[in-house]
Design a protein around this ligand. Sequence first.
Ligand SMILES: *Cc1c(COP(=O)(O)O)cnc(C)c1O
Length: 358
Amino acid sequence: MTRAYNFCAGPAALPLAVLERARDELTDYQGRGLSVMEMSHRSTEFVAIAEAAEQSLRRLLAIGDDHAVLFMQGGASTQFAAVPLNIGNGTGRAGYVDTGYWAGKAIKEARRFVDVDVLASSKDDAYTRVPEIAALPTGLDYVHITPNETIGGVEYHAFPDTGDVPLVGDASSTLLSRPLDVTRFGILYAGAQKNIGPAGLTVVIVRRDLIGQARETTPDMLNYATLAAADSMANTPPTYTWYLAGLVFDWLLEQGGLAAMEARNRAKAECLYTAIDASSFYASPVAPAARSWMNVPFTLADPGLDGAFLDGAEARGLLNLKGHRSVGGMRASLYNAVPQAAVDALIDYMGEFEREHG
Ligand SMILES: *Cc1c(COP(=O)(O)O)cnc(C)c1O
């Protein structure tokens, strides 16, 4: 069997050990005679799987009792609406930091429900850095940031201090890539398909005192109170994805937890940025202080060579390096399941391609 190196931004690479375990348990979960896919979500077996996954996630991120963990559906994009519906009901004003594509989507959706105050934007710099919030206005229900912009490759390496105003983070493409102080956040949410598991599950970590303030018209399935009261089983949850996420969490714990992942992810990113910076053929558009460890966009000196670069990469089993249609160029996503060997193979190929075409 050969496995390609998959640099996809999402759905992304999963650890081989997790896939193998899922394969081994696919048709007969631990001698029960059925697949996890076929189990009632109310069964003792599945409830144990669900609870164990939550406990493993709590251990990984050191999530304390002050925060609930919800396993929701609808992806991160559904949280763009759920957040204002649940906690945008005080003044009805919320602050957003505009760091690029995903922040823009969050802002657009939030505007349906709250008055959005764009506190800072890096639009004028083509979203190549993290903008500073000059001064926090009073009377905001919350402040929303995008800790890692998956398309632009811009990452916060320190979070803004919002005082008593709850900080909300769309951590879809950075959660679990390194330790993160959950107590800094009122809400953290992430679509699973980057660092957590397959698509179909959304992890929402929410401070308990923010639960129960949803506006009257909030759909039940978007109301954190409904989900929290039902242990995320107010309706049928995505059971198989939840189970796979649990396998990923346990794999991460076996690897040494998030401190170990931080060391690996930092090393992977540094290798690639160093190779890009050392070359006059490749370039990173992102300000060095804001460069993402998870998503590394880069350009070729001649965009006319993009197609040849991608064809050659694919022939070597280096997949999904095409940049997002909104920015072009290349993008290598280096999530937890992408090993150092993949980065080394990419750098080797980049060198070869440059010698041939540079
Ligand atoms: C992938 C991604 C999204 C969209 O997630 P869906 O689960 O497809 O809705 C939103 N925000 C960020 C930062 C992402 O990386």
